[in-house]
Design a protein around this ligand. Structure first.
Ligand SMILES: *Cc1c(COP(=O)(O)O)cnc(C)c1O
Length: 346
């Protein structure tokens, strides 16, 4: 890449190997089910997650929207976190397009929803109320420093869902980061879920695309919803070719990104101008703040770093978010720390 871009892992360029595979991809009309590369990607993703079927979708947002619309009808309710991406950052699509009612529960610092609050949120059979249909979890949790949520917790939520005849969907945009940090298998981690979305873009470097996995019956429904949303694409094997490398190769190197995040976080923690909770830095995302008396605002520091060819995201006057990814190497981390040190008022 042409700069050290720490704003997000969405900024990742496809790798040279991906560009090569895209150029040579076998393709067909995927709406006819004729694209061999898409079919292979969907099959391999389903197998990796221990589910029956997979569906290639344009984005994580579409994956979650398709999943919620395939699980729920109009007037049904989904229980999800008050900081969940689907609740906050997907433009209210589940309500706008699906008539699905969100019922939020406060997300804890570890990314979980308290089990007793999930139980309390489930509606009794009462004509005054919406019908609870779905529970949605996010793993890793993006707004909570990318914390990974362990299998035990997901299994407990799965038991509640099963007790009440509800479905469980996991927004696993970064589920491979979670599996890497927890040192477990994604199929095991998501065994209790009826459906999972994950992003091939972001840290896995594909230029676009996400996958939704679930039962054969569920994916048949989801395929129709995808068509309704305008997500039926044609010779999209050119994207799926990059997706196969994302799935098969890039998922196995995420520990490097986590190590770089750790290295960066520890460097920042050593500077007295910053506040950072090192225990929260478990994957590739970190949030940190300038202290009141740092003598510089976050936008001012971000602006100064541009001259060093470094981009990072400031939020408000004191807060930053940094995300590491494939194109950030240990030497970049050291360069970033040195540049910050140089630009901070002493
Ligand atoms: C990025 C993200 C999405 C949405 O993915 P897009 O491809 O940007 O639409 C959904 N959930 C989480 C947790 C994400 O981080």
């Amino acid at each position: 890449m042409d700069c050290i871009d720490l704003r997000s892992d969405t900024v990742t360029w496809p790798t040279p190997e991906m560009r090569q595979a895209m150029a040579n991809a076998a393709v067909g009309d995927d709406v006819f089910g004729d694209d061999p590369t898409v079919n292979r990607l969907q099959d391999e993703a389903a197998r990796r997650f221990g589910k029956e079927s997979g569906l290639f979708v344009t984005s994580g947002t579409m994956g979650n929207l398709v999943a919620v619309l395939a699980h729920c009808g109009r007037g049904d309710e989904v229980i999800l976190g008050d900081k969940a991406h689907t609740f906050v950052y997907e433009a209210g699509g589940i309500a706008v397009l699906g008539g699905v009612h969100p019922h939020t529960v406060p997300v804890q610092p570890d990314g979980t929803l308290p089990l007793d609050l999930i139980r309390q949120a489930i509606r009794p059979d009462n004509i005054h109320m919406p019908v609870t249909r779905l529970i949605l979890l996010e793993n890793t949790h993006g707004s909570m420093s990318g914390v990974p949520i362990p299998k035990d917790y997901i299994d407990s939520v799965g038991e509640i869902a099963q007790e009440h005849g509800l479905a469980l969907h996991i927004d696993g945009a970064r589920i491979f980061n979670a599996a890497t940090a927890l040192n477990c298998d994604v199929a095991d981690l998501t065994a209790a879920a009826d459906s999972v979305t994950f992003c091939l873009s972001k840290g896995l470097c594909a230029p676009a695309g996400s996958i939704l996995v679930g039962s054969r019956e569920f994916i048949t429904k989801a395929r129709r919803v995808r068509k309704i949303l305008g997500g039926g694409m044609r010779q999209v094997g050119v994207l799926a070719a990059a997706g196969l490398i994302a799935l098969n190769t890039m998922t196995r190197r995420l520990a490097d990104d986590h190590a770089n995040a750790r290295r960066l976080a520890e460097g920042l923690a050593a500077m007295p101008q910053f506040e950072i909770d090192l225990t929260s830095v478990q994957t590739n995302i970190m949030f940190f703040s300038l202290r009141d008396d740092a003598g510089i605002t976050a936008p001012q520091l971000a602006d100064k770093l541009k001259a060093h060819n470094i981009k990072l995201m400031s939020m408000g006057q004191r807060d930053f978010r940094i995300v590491t990814h494939y194109w950030i190497r240990p030497e970049h981390v050291d360069q970033v720390l040195a540049a910050i040190q140089e630009e901070l008022p002493s």
